[in-house]
Design a protein around this ligand. Structure first.
Ligand code: GLU
Length: 313
């Protein structure tokens, strides 16, 4: 009897999760947002859903964690849906930086002083200012509702401890936002924009929620069950391209070579990835490598991609 791919994944995952988990001890959990330093360093979980809704969960998939930078993929999409491409790409560029996610370096060095791309902090803060809504509460509610729709989970909500912890300590993001305001990149009040940004970073999810959101991207914006087009196909294409070029911080090139799938990671240790047309994948492993990606999560995705030849390239 030959096993289907999903049966083979199911058979292999328990041992791969355990061997990848061994890497956790050589990484570190993020601590610049003080609340994140409480994350369990040895945790690793993965949830994968296929187009027929079959799912596999292995490891610490009960763990809730905040989306952090993973949310930037979806605020980009919402800003594109609200404003169109021309307005969005007037405020952020399309290029990887090779710098840290929170760097301000090129903002001053390279004219016209707009953030290089929407997935670095400066770019995502500019994107937060483009979300439609009369005030930060309405803008934030629109982002949360969008993620509830994509994850098919109406109870998705903020982790207010992480929100406050970031809002109270975000001196670097705050300075960057004021710099952007002075350069004419940000609209409206800087503190209002930052509230929207910190809120979407602090949305609490599980691996299953991320896998569900990823499955919509894997299906070019369609609800995999009903076929309803939730996101215009073009905007999914833009988001997936940024995930390939800038989704894994300044290790995106290395990740493209070793894994070859669109992915976005966050400092909470979450990773959202997908196999186009086939799988949505949500992963968490709070122990991070030097580039800020989940150390065990990347190892696990490498094993999966190699074994099942998932690389797009
Ligand atoms: N909220 C985090 C920050 O702005 C997100 C960073 C990340 O996950 O890369 O620093």
């Amino acid at each position: 009897m030959t096993l289907s791919e999903i049966e083979r994944i199911q058979a292999l995952l328990p041992q791969w999760v355990e061997s990848s988990r061994e890497q956790c001890s050589i990484g570190k959990v993020a601590s610049y947002i003080p609340e994140l330093s409480k994350s369990p360093i040895g945790a690793l979980g993965i949830h994968l859903i296929d187009s027929n809704g079959l799912s596999i969960s292995e490891g610490d998939t009960d763990l809730s964690f905040t989306m952090q930078s993973i949310s930037k993929v979806f605020t980009l999409i919402l800003a594109l849906m609200d404003n169109g491409e021309d307005v969005v790409f007037d405020k952020v560029g399309m290029e990887p930086t090779g710098d840290n996610f929170n760097s301000m370096l090129k903002l001053e060095l390279v004219q016209p002083g707009i953030p290089f791309n929407p997935l670095i902090n400066a770019g995502a803060i500019a994107i937060s200012s483009l979300i439609a809504g009369k005030d930060p509460a309405e803008k934030s509610a629109r982002v949360l509702d969008f993620l509830r729709l994509l994850s098919n989970n109406s109870s998705l909500d903020y982790d207010m401890d992480v929100y406050r912890s970031e809002a109270d300590t975000a001196n670097l993001n705050r300075s960057m936002a004021y710099f952007l305001k002075d350069n004419g990149v940000l609209q409206g009040s800087v503190e209002d924009v930052l509230e929207v940004y910190f809120r979407h970073c602090s949305i609490s999810v599980t691996c299953a929620d991320l896998a569900q959101m990823a499955l919509v991207l894997a299906h070019n914006g369609k609800n995999p069950t009903t076929g309803e087009q939730l996101i215009p196909r073009r905007f999914v294409q833009i988001a997936k391209t940024f995930m390939i070029t800038c989704g894994m911080y300044n290790a995106s090139g290395e990740f493209a070579i070793h894994v070859g799938l669109p992915a976005k990671s966050g400092v909470s240790g979450g990773i959202l990835s997908l196999v186009p047309g086939r799988y949505g994948i949500g992963l968490v492993g709070p122990s991070l490598n030097r580039k800020g990606n989940s150390i065990a999560g990347v190892a696990l995705l490498e094993s999966l991609s190699r074994e099942f030849e998932w690389s797009l390239f």
